[in-house]
Design a protein around this ligand. Structure first.
Ligand SMILES: NC(=O)c1ccc[n+]([C@@H]2O[C@H](COP(=O)([O-])OP(=O)(O)OC[C@H]3O[C@@H](n4cnc5c(N)ncnc54)[C@H](OP(=O)(O)O)[C@@H]3O)[C@@H](O)[C@H]2O)c1
Length: 254
């Protein structure tokens, strides 16, 4: 573990996927807010420029799924929150269909079980970057049309990342639930992701647009909402155990 010396008085967030297109924005925004971050990355070379020297950042350079349970338990010690921006590389078919097909689910399961093993005095927040292709369990979302349902089912059947995202959310809903003394969670569902600055955005309890007429969400807005969930207890109380949909205010469905 490479440490640049942490700011003791600040909360610590364990960040997964901090080299990704959204994760790197989360990392920069957290550090900018004075939050200490432990980031597990496969290659520190892919971290955003300039962050490595930040005294609030601790980098663990490793393949997350290869770390032992005991090591993960050490990493979650004294963390107030975990943010997962993990996602499958979708550049080539080999990336999409290659191993591990269940990266997001396995990471959520292993980290949450590590938190439970540590038994923190206060529940740790697990904040998952999910997707509008993910449904709440037991039909508790706004209903999709028949054709849209068929497309979503087909996607989950043939595209491993889509299935993985749904399974990770299902694990939080059913495997952790809303009465766990050690882990609380929010699964954040952006629509089509765009680059760009933090702008005004709206939060919805349920799906608001069809996959055939998608809305847009700036990655920076996803990062901003995740950081707010870490730091704003009122916001956390509002969305704890939920799957909020994040949509740019400038987008259609508001
Ligand atoms: N594209 C969309 O419109 C959209 C919309 C809504 C939701 N989402 C979901 O949002 C999530 C994040 O999206 P994104 O575009 O920000 O992701 P991204 O840029 O592809 O970043 C993915 C992150 O996951 C890491 N990763 C990939 N494979 C790994 C492995 N085997 N072991 C450890 N780490 C691994 C990558 O690390 P390396 O840098 O080492 O590769 C990177 O940090 C995804 O789950 C995606 O499905 C996407």
């Amino acid at each position: 573990m490479k440490t640049s010396g942490a700011r003791q008085e600040q909360p610590t967030v364990l960040l997964l996927g901090g080299t990704g297109r959204t994760g790197r924005l989360v990392l920069s925004q957290l550090l900018g807010r004075g939050v200490n971050v432990r980031a597990i990355v496969r290659s520190a070379d892919r971290l955003p420029e300039g962050v490595s020297a930040d005294p609030g950042l601790t980098v663990v350079e490793a393949d997350l799924l290869s770390l032992s349970d005991e090591y993960l338990q050490g990493l979650v010690q004294e963390c107030g929150a975990v943010i997962s921006c993990l996602g499958h590389n979708t550049t080539t078919l080999k990336d999409i269909y290659g191993s591990p097909r269940d990266l997001v689910t396995r990471a959520a399961t292993r980290i949450c079980r590590a938190i439970e093993a540590v038994q923190p005095a206060e529940p740790v927040k697990y904040i998952l970057m999910s997707s509008v292709s993910v449904n709440k369990p037991a039909g508790r979302d706004a209903r999709r049309g028949r054709l849209e349902k068929a497309v979503v089912a087909m996607l989950r059947g043939v595209v491993p990342p889509a299935k993985d995202n749904q399974r990770a959310a299902d694990f939080l809903c059913r495997g952790i639930g809303t009465a766990n003394p050690f882990v609380e969670w929010v699964a954040v569902r952006p629509d089509s992701l765009l680059d760009g600055p933090v702008t005004e955005y709206f939060l919805h309890d349920s799906l608001v647009s069809s996959l055939f007429r998608p809305d847009s969400t700036n990655r920076a807005n996803v990062a901003h909402f995740m950081c707010e969930l870490v730091q704003n207890p009122r916001l956390w109380g509002e969305w704890r155990g939920g799957l909020p949909v994040v949509i740019n205010a400038a987008s259609g469905a508001n």
